[in-house]
Design a protein around this ligand. Structure first.
Ligand code: CP3
Length: 344
């Protein structure tokens, strides 16, 4: 089935003179229209659970920059929230999950129906899909089990990765049990997003980098293998994009997975290496350092043209190597999009 969507056609092997574009964290605080709706919603969580406003926020950057894909407005920490851990976002500090998870919580977590608790998210998906033109794709997402687990175990952003690394060895039963639960719940959550109208899904493994060998395989590659395989077998036409940040040449282990259709490269990865080693197997996405969009201008354009040049003859999706921060001026994003459309 051929679609009008440049983003989806890239996964069918099509190469465009100017590649499809979307950006991680394309909806967020750098946009004044986001800040306004966010203030109206009250808290960040209220915004995530309000389908009307969340869908509007999802559409804002697509409208402003005429992007090729929207990404559902939600957060990777809605899963721990649905499992019963108390989630809050503290101004200027980030997320807090209370109390930190422990072994005694696991049985309760297994019983929880995340699809039922997160029904507002699926409503946002269907509302957004209805509000999008047919040539724009809608991307659903979840956090990868390891990245979500780091927040659940630390009760927020991990301060010392060594502490969690130690627990991987000292409490293998607990950690592997938690990973198993998160894997199962994430599969159900993503399938429900697809059924509500998501055209593709992305898994964010922000904290995969720095994991010791061979623990990376245990807590990142294998859970993502299970999730992507389950989605592929249930919904074979829905592209699955993996974004394990900071894994370097271990990217090879992910792109060989049966269920992996796309791979997001981070800003540290050598795009020449990615072109030579990844692009023949999957659709490569991203790479540009989001911090280059703060000064913008020539340096940003030069870096963007490196990715355009290297990937001009293979299916490629333009994106960043991690999300925008609130400091990016929206005019620089418009400049970047225009540059890609002119020079692709
Ligand atoms: O536009 C989009 O990208 C869609 C929505 C989206 C958000 N978070 C909204 C958000 C997505 C895909 C995420 C993913 C996410 N959330 C990740 C993985 C990607 C990455 O950035 O590494 C992680 C680790 C989280 C957890 C999280 N959420 C943190 C650590 C924070 C606080 C730090 C920060 O940037 O403020 C959040 C909050 C959050 N999630 C905001 C947004 C727009 C800012 C909240 C606000 O408006 O106050």
């Amino acid at each position: 089935m051929t679609t009008d969507s440049k983003f989806l056609r890239t996964f069918e092997g099509e190469v465009f003179a100017s590649p499809p574009i979307w950006f991680m964290r394309q909806a967020g605080r750098y946009l004044p229209e986001y800040r306004e709706l966010r203030a109206r919603a009250g808290s960040f969580l209220d915004l995530c659970f309000n389908p009307e406003l969340a869908s509007e926020v999802t559409l804002q950057p697509v409208r402003r920059f005429d992007l090729d894909a929207a990404i559902l407005f939600a957060d990777i920490l809605l899963i721990p929230h649905a499992l019963g851990q108390k989630l809050s976002f503290v101004e200027n500090e980030g997320p807090r999950l209370e109390p930190p998870v422990s072994m005694k919580d696991l049985d309760g977590f297994r019983e929880r129906d995340v699809v039922e608790s997160l029904s507002a998210v699926f409503e946002t998906v269907s509302k957004t899909r209805a509000g999008l033109a047919p040539d724009k794709a809608l991307i659903g997402f979840a956090g990868a089990p390891w990245t979500v687990a780091t927040y659940m175990l630390a009760g927020g952003p991990m301060k010392d990765p060594g502490v969690l690394r130690q627990r991987l060895y000292e409490e293998p039963e607990f950690i592997d049990g938690l990973m198993d639960i998160l894997t199962e719940k994430t599969i159900a959550y993503l399938l429900a997003q697809i059924d509500a109208g998501a055209d593709a899904v992305q898994l964010f493994d922000t904290w995969a980098g720095g994991l010791p060998w061979p623990v990376l395989d245990r807590v990142s590659v294998r859970p993502l293998d299970r999730i992507s395989k389950a989605i592929k077998s249930a919904r074979p036409n829905v592209p699955v994009i993996l974004f394990p940040k900071g894994v370097g040449e271990k990217a090879l282990d992910y792109v060989l997975l049966q269920g992996c259709d796309g791979f997001g490269i981070d800003y540290a990865m050598d795009p020449g290496w990615a072109r030579a080693n990844l692009a023949e197997r999957v659709v490569v996405q991203g790479g540009l350092d989001p911090l280059l969009t703060i000064p913008g201008g020539k340096d940003m354009e030069e870096a963007a043209s490196t990715y355009l040049r290297l990937f001009h003859d293979v299916p490629y999706i333009f994106n960043l190597g991690h999300g925008f921060t609130p400091k990016t001026p929206p005019e620089h994003v418009l400049g970047l999009v225009n540059f890609i459309r002119r020079n692709g």
